[in-house]
Design a protein around this ligand. Sequence first.
Ligand SMILES: NC(=O)c1ccc[n+]([C@@H]2O[C@H](COP(=O)([O-])OP(=O)(O)OC[C@H]3O[C@@H](n4cnc5c(N)ncnc54)[C@H](O)[C@@H]3O)[C@@H](O)[C@H]2O)c1
Length: 261
Amino acid sequence: MTFTLDQFRLDGKVAVVTGAGGRGNSIGRAYALGLAGAGASVVVADLNLEGAKAVAEEIVAAGGKAVAVEVNVADEASTLAMGRAAAEAFGGVDILVNNAALMVDISYDNCETVSLEAWNRAFSVNLNGALLCARAVIPSMRARGGGRIVNQTSGGAFPAIGLYGISKLALVGLTTTLAKQLGKDGITCNAIAPGNVTSDAGKLLVPDDSPFIKFLEMTCATKPRGEPDELVGALMLLCSPAGQWITGQTVHVDGGWVMRP
Ligand SMILES: NC(=O)c1ccc[n+]([C@@H]2O[C@H](COP(=O)([O-])OP(=O)(O)OC[C@H]3O[C@@H](n4cnc5c(N)ncnc54)[C@H](O)[C@@H]3O)[C@@H](O)[C@H]2O)c1
């Protein structure tokens, strides 16, 4: 097989992107637009239905195919309904991007003091949510001859310090496990670990005048902060025929931050 750039095309594929309708400039929005631009029909799924509708409308206005679906990824019945909505709209699912997460709205308390309620809430969305969404679409992927699952982890998991990082490191474990268990069905599972991204949520967490930016400047090999669009190339590789032999991997898109100090 000779490589051509067409192997990055996703024409005829159906992609579900969770957490794609949140705060205006979000990573999920960039992912959804990127997948649609490569030819996929996109299910824009989010707890925030109005936000999801806005992103779906943006895709359709640009000539793509998209529908908005309300989902709570922490709720099994809701994820199953999302899978059914994808099947009704576009016939099934080939690609799942588990991007929904609690990041800003999570406890940054110490492990010694964080409430068990906050702990469980973080895991119910950031880990269980990815599992439930995967379970909701795996039968469809299998029936269609294969699929792609991409889990959005974080540079904050390497090493994990705090509840957010722990939940995102657990997601790496889910990634390697699903990769191993689904590979024979032609389903790959990989993760993307972004560094500090200037999405609206990222800027809430790390404002432009935060001292953390100085630390990033000292430790990143290249520029310390990236824009949501700078993650899309990695997603395209993991979702398209170009990346069909890659599974169980975590791709760090972070300006080399993972190599700190
Ligand atoms: N921004 C960064 O610097 C950064 C860095 C590393 C990783 N990430 C990860 O990238 C992803 C997107 O981040 P973002 O910066 O675009 O943040 P964001 O807050 O804009 O996106 C998160 C989305 O998840 C949705 N969501 C939350 N709980 C949900 C639930 N129970 N069911 C369905 N949807 C739910 C929110 O409505 C929101 O749209 C997250 O997984 C985040 O952890 C972000």
